[in-house]
Design a protein around this ligand. Structure first.
Ligand SMILES: [Zn+2]
Length: 526
């Protein structure tokens, strides 16, 4: 059992937690952002990050210090905390990035880990092999074997209280990511960066990124803190958190600022194209884009970097509150509308619905159906999966979007996207969902899938579906033997005197039937 990471709250696969960093004597709340500090180019001073932005942790490159004539000895003499005037936690990278960029580095895992320890790093990194996307499976597997050797070597290096990263590689192969993660998790190392995803993010391949993360998460225990290495654009934080990432590092805030680029949660703007700032941070509230363009280069770069940090930290706070409120997936779904590639990422996340469903809390505040993707959320899957455990009373059962009908032995509610459920569950999450009046196909199809699962679990019962204007082909997809009744202005239940006239979306929740009649024991209290 690892004790560095504690999960305090969860939503989808996202966690609100804390990472204890013993060498720094601090506890970092996650999800957390680690601004990247280049000792040669300090766009925003680490002490400013701590004082003005509340940064609890940052990351710098141990290999740059190792190679630097200017900083190597100073770092050894003073330590990173004094050098940066920063009292939070400091993570260091090992030079793996330089290895991937330039093909070689001149340091071993043992040397660089000891060096990271000696300059006062709180979380160090071995020299792993960052395998790029789309290489052959064979190459990815072979490089993974080298990375695993380095991790096992790293375990043997005495680094005192310094935590050590165990990077998870495996290119674009979810099976290799899963294996790599399981092997890394089997070591005594502490933090699990999902590596070499920057090329995926730069190419807007958010769906591949999500598949890689979900692969890695399958190999890791719930007590493993996960770092999405190199991920610094706030537009994808919510998606990555929902997939199970806890740490992000951002060089983007400074690199983008250098190019005059302005980060938002929907993407990237260019300062030259802005007439108005869509942001209320101190940088944006106190000047217009024109005024910012007219400042000198150095000031402009720093102010843009500050805006980029403000928007990044604000998004993390928004995400944490969403986890608290249980509406992280609503947030991801909203962010997914900012860019088509983000929508692909969200759809890839929902393709992993079984994996999400295992982590997703059974009860939350409210389910808001905000787009057709909502029909694919884990709560819908969970409802379908439990339909075979809900007792059906009687031989003839009405599944109704309208009112109850006494001609049947029992009436169940019918509500897209969930499908059928006993009236007694009406007040339970997620069946209290707020759903729009004008539904989409995905909602009807998901509801029909619920009907199918209920029919399959109760083969001897005669079911009748009473619906308001479901699409014909969805009705045709219902199992054989299911009767269909159209509700609406001019339709009536046979023998029932026009109970279909009204158009309530839900039947009366205080029906005649006793509340617990349909519910089996383990469904109580949800
Ligand atoms: Zn701003």
């Amino acid at each position: 059992m690892r004790d560095a990471f504690e999960r305090r709250d969860a939503d989808a696969a996202g966690r609100l937690g804390s990472l204890s960093v013993p060498r720094a004597g601090v506890t970092v709340e996650t999800p957390a952002l680690l601004p990247v500090i280049n000792p040669h180019i300090r766009t925003v001073e680490p002490s400013t990050l701590e004082a003005e932005f509340g940064a609890e942790i940052l990351i710098t490159n141990g290999y740059i210090f190792y190679k630097s004539d200017e900083y190597r000895q100073r770092a050894l003499d003073e330590g990173l905390h004094d050098l940066f005037d920063f009292s939070g936690a400091i993570m260091t990278d090992s030079g793996s990035f330089q290895l991937s960029e330039y093909g070689e580095i001149t340091v071993t895992t043992e040397e660089i880990l000891r060096f990271q320890h000696d300059i006062g790093s709180d979380i160090g990194t071995p020299v792993d092999i960052p395998t790029p996307p789309d290489v052959s499976h064979e190459r990815a597997a072979s490089e993974l074997a080298t990375t695993q050797e380095r991790l096992e070597l790293a375990e043997t290096v005495d680094v005192g209280e310094m935590l050590v990263n165990a990077p998870v590689q495996g290119s674009t192969y979810p099976d290799l990511r899963e294996r790599a993660a399981a092997d890394a998790y089997a070591t005594a190392l502490d933090v699990f960066p999902v590596g070499a995803v920057v090329p995926l993010m730069n190419a807007y391949r958010y769906d591949d990124m999500v598949e890689v993360v979900l692969g890695a998460k399958r190999g890791l225990g719930a007590d493993a803190p996960v770092h999405l290495f190199g991920a610094g654009h706030p537009m994808m934080f919510a998606l990555a958190v929902a997939a199970g990432c806890d740490l992000f590092d951002s060089a983007a805030y400074a690199l983008y600022a250098r190019d005059g680029r302005y980060l938002t949660v929907d993407g990237t703007e260019h300062l030259d194209d802005l007439d108005y700032f869509p942001c209320a941070c101190p940088v944006c509230a106190q000047r217009t884009p024109t005024e910012l363009r007219e400042t000198d280069d150095e000031t402009r770069e720093e102010l843009l970097a500050r805006h980029n940090l403000h928007v990044s930290y604000r998004e993390l706070r928004t995400i944490k509150q969403a986890i608290r409120d249980g509406d992280l997936l609503e947030l991801v779904e909203t962010r997914a509308r900012g860019h088509p590639a983000m929508l692909d990422g969200y759809r890839a996340l929902l393709d992993g619905v079984d994996q999400l469903e295992r982590n997703d809390p059974v009860s939350k505040g409210a389910f808001f159906y905000v787009s057709n993707e909502s029909a694919h959320r884990p709560e819908v899957r969970r409802h379908h999966d439990r339909l075979d455990r809900l007792a059906v009373d009687g031989d003839r059962v009405l599944l109704s979007e309208g009112e109850e009908n006494s001609r049947f032995d029992e009436t169940w509610r019918l509500k897209p996207p969930f499908g059928p459920y006993p009236a007694a569950l009406s007040d339970s999450y997620p069946l209290t969902a707020e759903v729009p009046e004008r539904l989409d196909r995905d909602a009807y199809e998901a509801a029909a899938e619920g009907v199918r699962q209920l029919v399959e679990a109760n083969p001897t019962v005669e079911f009748t579906v009473a619906h308001f204007e479901w699409p014909d082909d969805v009705l045709e997809s219902l199992p054989d033997g299911v009767e269909v009744l159209a509700l609406g202005d001019d339709s009536e239940y046979p023998d029932s005197g026009g109970q279909g006239d009204a158009r309530p979306r839900e039947a009366n929740p205080n029906g005649d039937e006793p509340k617990d009649e349909y519910v089996d024991g383990d469904e109580d209290g949800q």
